[in-house]
Design a protein around this ligand. Structure first.
Ligand code: 3HC
Length: 301
């Protein structure tokens, strides 16, 4: 028997072509995952050709890495390279039946991105947002068909993290939800259906952890001491490493969203916003490996 709240599997539509809006850190990772697991064409776009080219180059480099590691054959590598296509022409989204965005985490930007693409896509296409903590319902506010919008929240690194949060808005149709659940399964991820509340489930908990870690830093404990103090908890990454992984701007945004929604319960760190503006927490070597804390960045704190 189907668990309460879960959609009927039979309502799911098959995804035959994926459109990805945004060609940054998260979008490139899941564009490749869609091509690899669904074996369908993936078209990826961004604001301009330069960003699109960079995104496609990132995906190709990742395909090469998989091949070098022996995870995929040369045939598979060629097949994946051919499946992913970059474009700035929205007309290429016309036959996508799944369109997902991972653009800048700002409500107005996401609303406009969807309102902009809707006239170019078919009536049946699912729209999905990878927002980390904004309201999915509000993101769909400018859509003609908001019932086809669903939250589809990946975690970084996408290839490794096993979860997708499928965010159900009050108006979402059962068919859209069933398609989202079936798609997550095809991507070989565990999916949980969450309510459309700030931070859903995972980022709500993460905002507590990172917020309290930042509060300790802002109160005068060094970041390395905070990391060291939390090590016995067995977290896969220390708070500073996790912030570096998700990106300081995203981290600062997650704290900000939670503090606005629940001011008494969540801490927002002004220093984290300053660090995000400065753009660095760590010093890295030429290969991008972390060498240590960036003294200049910490002086800002
Ligand atoms: N990008 C892509 N792949 C990565 C990666 C990265 N940044 N980091 C690690 N990997 C891959 C490695 O290539 C390796 O793949 P392989 O098995 O094919 O060689 C695999 O992950 C395991 O890597 P390691 O051997 O280095 O294993 P570790 O034991 O060090 O684990 C980790 C790495 C899985 C990233 C682990 O440290 C971890 O789980 N960290 C926590 C990550 C986390 O909490 N993510 C959620 C962040 S919140 C979020 O994304 C939501 C957003 O809305 C804010």
């Amino acid at each position: 028997k189907r668990p309460a709240g879960a959609p009927d599997k039979d309502l799911a539509q098959r995804v035959t072509k994926v459109g990805v809006i945004g060609a940054g850190l998260m979008a490139t990772q899941f564009a490749l995952l869609f091509a690899r697991r669904l074996r369908v064409p993936v078209v990826i776009t961004d604001l301009d050709q330069k960003r699109v080219d960079q995104g496609v180059a990132t995906i190709r480099a990742e395909i090469d890495k998989l091949h070098e590691k022996g995870r995929i054959s040369s045939d598979e590598s060629n097949r994946l390279t051919a499946l992913v296509h970059g474009t700035t022409d929205k007309a290429e989204f016309a036959d996508c039946d799944w369109v997902i965005e991972a653009v800048f985490e700002e409500l107005g930007v996401k609303q406009d991105v969807f309102a902009d693409i809707e006239p170019h896509i078919s009536q049946e296409a699912v729209l999905a947002t990878n927002t980390s903590s904004l309201s999915v319902e509000q993101i769909g506010a400018k859509l003609r068909h908001p019932e086809r919008l669903v939250g589809f929240h990946f975690f970084n690194p996408v290839a490794v993290m096993p979860l997708i949060e499928v965010v159900r808005t009050p108006g979402a149709s059962d068919a859209i939800l069933a398609t989202a659940m079936a798609t997550a399964k095809s991507l070989r991820k565990n999916a949980v259906i969450t309510r459309d509340t700030p931070g859903f489930v995972v980022n709500r908990v993460l905002a507590k952890l990172l917020g309290e870690a930042m509060h300790a830093v802002d109160s005068g404990t060094s970041f390395s001491d905070v990391d060291a103090a939390l090590a016995p908890l067995g977290l896969p990454m220390a708070p500073s490493e996790l912030l570096d992984l998700v990106g300081l701007r995203v981290g600062a945004h997650v704290l900000d969203t939670h503090h606005r929604a629940f001011p008494d319960r969540f801490y927002d760190s002004e220093n984290l916003h300053k660090l995000a503006e400065y753009g660095a927490l760590f010093e890295k070597d030429a290969k991008g490996k972390i060498k240590g804390f960036d003294k200049k960045a910490l002086k800002i704190v």
